[in-house]
Structures are given as structure tokens and as C-alpha cells.
Design a protein around this ligand. Structure first.
Ligand SMILES: [Ca+2]
Ligand SMILES: [Ca+2]
Length: 343
């Protein structure tokens, strides 16, 4: 972060750029910056003090980033690039490139912008996550898509896409860096299946999901990976109770894989119909002009958060998120119904 201030400062001077923050002209204290770069002291003493002065308030890190995004012409995105030299960047055979929801196991080395390594998983074991479900910072959730078994990839993540709640797995990742660079070694991409999804949540591996297990699953997601409900008012116990009712067709207070599969597939069928209708409506509105439909929320998560999509359209809207803590206080609107023979 601090280094970035220096970089930005040089960038601004180099381009002879004068800008205003809406209140007054901003000046940068050159002497303080030069001093800070020139001397070597104890780490805390060597933190450069760069004053950005103006008639208005000093700029915050967020304002400086906003400025850089303006000069970029839009929000900063992740940058990916290939390893060169001794590494084969992509294996010859790639039977399955990682997609959203796939389970991926990988190693990383993380670097600051100045090239200093801040962490690596080598020596302590790789990480396994479900891609695209918020278990890792958004920049890596996005940047690791398309990777194959044994592939090596460098991913550069701007601040905007590197935010993540504090957690055990990501505790070594600095949280106020302008940009983080990762070397990712993909060990294994496991294509998503309903079986894998069920196993992922079946923490004690006894082929059933129970209320207490779901609560433990939510707690594990938060503690280990910093993944939480978007709606902070959701109570894990109430959500787990609702989840059991949602899937438990034979009323034995636990969910078997058969129950899980049938309900998910029931919902997927409804989602497909909803998606078709949406496309038709969009086509009627736009005529032949095929515009991308506007994003109205987040894609449905096949884990514990499956129950958030109350209208089964595949999207968890802001409204659905907001009402979830209330809805979970009662039973689901649609209860599972099956033939007894099926179960
Ligand atoms: Ca279990
Ligand atoms: Ca929905």
C-alpha cells in the first residue's frame, strides 16, 4: 500500500499531472517521499510518510485507488499471464478446464508488487476450494477459471478484487495491498457433480446431512475460508432447520443423497424454465438486438446457500437475500413430496 503511494506519486509527477479532488488542487510533499525512499532503517521507521496536501482532506487509500481506476479508464481487473522459460505453462492434455462450481486443489506463492514473497502453501499443504462460490478472493475465484491439472498460471489481482474476510486459510494474505501477484500451481480440477457437492457438505462422511452438521459446515466455511452469508441476520441453526425441511422427504430429520439429488434436480428444472422465459421476454423487449441481461443478483450456490433462491430462478436477488432471515424462521413454502417407494 505504502509503496503504491510512492509509485502513484512518481507517476503523477512523471506525467506532470495536476488534478483536483473536487475541493482543491492536491500537492504532494516531494521531500518526505525522497527521504523515505533514500534511507534504510528499522522496518517501522522506513515506512515512507507521504503527505498529500490540498485544501480538502488528505486522500484516503480508496480515493487514490479511485484515481488510478479513472486513469485506467475503468475498474482495474485481474491480469493473468503465462509462465515462461523452464515451466510448461499448460499441459498438452487438458481433459477438463476448471469451471464455476468445480473443486480445485492448488498451491500458491503470493508476492507483493515489489516482488517480495509474502506467503506460499508449499511446505504446509495445498488448498482445496469450490470455484466461484466465494471461498477465495474474487480475483482468484475468477482468475483460476479455465485452468487444467498441473497448469501453472500467474494471476495479478488489484485491491478491488482481493478483499476477503479474515480466516484461517487466507490469514497470510495482506489486506491492504494495491495489487497482489500469485503464482498458482493447479494440482487437480474435479468436475462438479451432485455426488461431490453432497460429499463436500457431509463432513463426517456418513452419507447423511444433519442439522448440526450443516451448522458446522457454515462455521467451517466462515472460520477457514471467510465465507459468510451475505445477510448477516441469518441464523445458522434456523437456516439448517429450514434446509433439512426443504430436502427431507421421508421426515427422518436427515438428508440422504437420494433426497438431495431429487430436490436439486426438481429445482434445476424450474430454474431452466425460468431462464427460458427470461430469455424470451428479453428478446421481445430488444427485438433482434441481443443485449446481455442485467445482473440482478448472484448465481445460486449449490451448497448450504441453495435455499436462498426462493423463486427458483437460479439467481439470489438482493430482495431474496434481505428476506432470508425472516423466511428461515418458518417452514419452506414447498415441501418435498415423493413416493415412499422412491426413498
Ligand atoms: Ca453426515
Ligand atoms: Ca431467485
Amino acid at each position: 500500500m505504502i509503496k503504491f503511494n510512492v509509485v502513484l506519486f512518481i507517476f503523477l509527477i512523471g506525467l506532470d499531472l495536476v488534478y483536483t479532488d473536487g475541493i482543491g488542487t492536491v500537492e504532494v510533499d516531494l521531500a518526505a517521499a525522497t527521504n523515505a525512499i533514500g534511507k534504510k532503517k528499522k522496518p517501522e521507521e522506513s515506512i515512507p510518510v507521504i503527505e498529500i496536501r490540498g485544501e480538502g482532506k488528505p486522500m484516503t487509500a480508496a480515493q487514490i485507488r479511485a484515481l488510478e481506476e479513472t486513469s485506467n479508464g475503468g475498474p482495474l481487473d485481474i491480469k493473468g499471464w503465462s509462465f515462461t522459460g523452464k515451466f510448461d505453462l499448460r499441459p498438452v492434455a487438458c481433459p477438463h478446464a476448471a469451471k464455476r462450481l468445480d473443486f480445485v486443489t492448488f498451491h500458491y506463492k503470493g508476492f507483493l508488487e515489489d516482488g517480495k514473497k509474502f506467503d506460499q502453501t508449499y511446505g504446509r499443504g495445498p488448498i482445496r476450494i469450490q470455484l466461484g462460490t466465494g471461498m477465495v478472493m474474487p480475483g482468484l475465484d475468477k482468475g483460476m477459471r479455465g485452468m487444467c491439472d498441473t497448469e501453472l498460471r500467474k494471476i495479478s489481482v488489484p485491491f478491488r478484487l482481493s478483499r476477503k474476510n479474515k480466516s484461517k486459510v487466507w490469514k497470510h494474505i495482506p489486506n491492504d495491498e494495491h495489487r497482489l501477484n500469485f503464482n498458482i500451481e493447479m494440482l487437480e480440477v474435479e468436475e462438479w457433480t451432485l455426488e461431490k457437492q453432497f460429499k463436500f457438505m457431509d463432513l463426517n462422511n456418513d452419507t447423511y446431512l444433519t442439522e448440526s452438521e450443516l451448522v458446522r459446515f457454515a462455521e467451517t466455511m466462515r472460520k477457514e475460508f471467510g465465507k459468510t452469508w451475505k445477510n448477516e441476520d441469518i441464523d445458522n441453526i434456523l437456516a439448517a432447520r429450514y434446509y433439512i425441511l426443504y430436502f427431507d422427504a421421508n421426515s427422518d430429520s436427515k438428508i440422504s443423497f437420494e433426497e438431495f439429488k431429487q430436490i436439486i434436480e426438481r429445482d434445476q428444472a424450474t430454474m431452466e424454465t425460468a431462464a427460458k422465459q427470461k430469455t424470451q421476454i428479453a428478446e421481445l423487449k430488444n427485438g433482434s438486438n441481443k443485449k446481455k441481461p442485467q445482473k440482478e443478483g448472484r448465481k445460486r450456490d449449490p451448497g448450504f446457500a441453495w435455499i436462498l433462491d426462493f423463486n427458483n430462478d437460479g439467481i439470489v436477488s438482493i430482495e431474496e437475500n434481505d428476506m432470508a432471515d425472516q423466511v428461515f424462521q418458518g417452514p419452506p413454502a414447498i415441501l418435498p413430496v415423493f413416493n415412499k417407494d422412491e426413498l
